[in-house]
Design a protein around this ligand. Structure first.
Ligand SMILES: [Zn+2]
Length: 76
């Protein structure tokens, strides 16, 4: 359950509401925009999409099988 929380030292991402770089950390897990009234609690941010993408899992398995097949063909 490690979420990528942007650090201030790396610069904050643009505000999703006004698209300006006005996001600041107000508390440890809260960001607010200084240009508009956008606020977000990072601790309770609802996930936009499932963290795990099942399609990429299928592809990585497929790729692994492809590599193994390739190695068998090359080595035999
Ligand atoms: Zn804003």
């Amino acid at each position: 359950m490690t979420s990528q929380i942007p650090s201030l030292s790396y610069g904050m991402p643009n505000c999703p509401s006004c698209s300006k770089q006005g996001l600041v950390l107000t508390t440890k897990d809260r960001v607010a925009c200084i240009f508009c009234d956008f606020r977000r609690d990072l601790a309770t941010t609802p996930p936009k999409k499932p963290a795990k993408n099942p399609t990429s899992d299928v592809w990585s398995v497929f790729l692994l099988l492809l590599i193994i097949t390739f190695l068998i063909v090359v080595l035999t």
